[in-house]
Design a binder for this molecule. Sequence first.
Ligand code: SR1
Ligand code: MG
Length: 423
Amino acid sequence: MTGKSPFEALSVETLSTRLGTNEALCAKIGKDTGAWRVREVGDGNLNLVFIVEGANGAAVVKQALPYVRLVGDSWPLPLKRSFFEYHALTRQEARAPGSVPAIYHFDEGQALIIMEFLSPHIILRRALIEGRQLPNIARDIGLFMARTLFRGSDLSMVTKDRKADLALFADNAELCDITENLVFSDPYFDARMNRHTSPQLDGLVAELRADRDLKVEAQRLKHIFAANAETLLHGDLHSGSIMVTDSQTRMIDPEFAFYGPMAFDVGMLLANFWMSFFSQRGHEQQGTRDAMRAYLLDVTLETWSVFRAEFSRLWRTERTGMLYQQSLFEDQGDRLGAEQALDHVLHQIWTDLLGFAGIEVHRRILGLAHNADFETIADEDLRASCEAKALKFGRHIAVNRRHIHSIDEVNQLAALIEQENGI
Ligand code: SR1
Ligand code: MG
């Protein structure tokens, strides 16, 4: 199969024939296609994902479909998202080495990427639902975010290169459009594809959709998302986009990559930890998840603290871009000026990430794309109670984000809301 053939979706039955002569794949898993075992394992919303095992090893083949898999061919979606995923992965590997799967081959025409099979890794969301405490995730993800977000921005890059890259990723417009609608707008009105746990949440949902302050804040955040082309984002950094073992963490699936505000990745990620926190009650037998809840709040604290520390280190040692130039500060003997500016930048990220986190929580409960943390709670009353607490928390941090000063404060709020009865 070459990049020149017309696009055709792979299947378990056709993969060996179609990729049997692919040099990169054969080099990795062995040439004897008779020994290949192919499984389709994609459980995401958009793409096909195959694991191919051969005599010498295994690889993942990920292929975009010309439509949204979750919805079907009534929602067309361009294949070029695979191109953006490939280019985002190469940039992430350069900026945060060892944080993403290795790429073996990219075929733009077939919209497919052949990459490292991560084993025995599992999806972080699944691990958290199972109540597993991973010791390294906060450090690994905090470092990944600081390194990719800093090194993809005008704090670090040659301006001309960054502008060229910005132009390249600007074409990922359809994926941005998904986020712009599904995350920032649809949850706040009765959009066609929305769903929520009903009737239990009906009253609260109506209240939130009538909440003017919340709607205005969501639109202010959408404005920042759409207009602040600050750095190359992962664009969809939730716990379903991270694979883990006890000792390793890998970020996957950056097909939503584009130039946007640094706080978006950080906020979306932390929101997923807070949602996991609120969902734990749905997965426990009487108090057995107390330690898990404490662990999750610690993870948010450590992730943010690692992010800040690494971002600050890069600010002091790698600030070679056109923003906050060293020639204006350190070179003038004004190191304090550089620190003051750093403080300002981190404060802005902090304030905005709280907003993005609150909105992410809402869209996972009110919109189209729900998450397994809540969805796997079979008892609907219990699920609704967990979701209601998360919704209340999300509203508070989004609307009051300018008045919240520390992650301790946020975590105390989360713990208080989680303890409330009758929600
Ligand atoms: C129609 S796509 C729905 C969601 O799945 C992806 O993982 C993104 O989070 C997107 O918003
Ligand atoms: Mg994904």
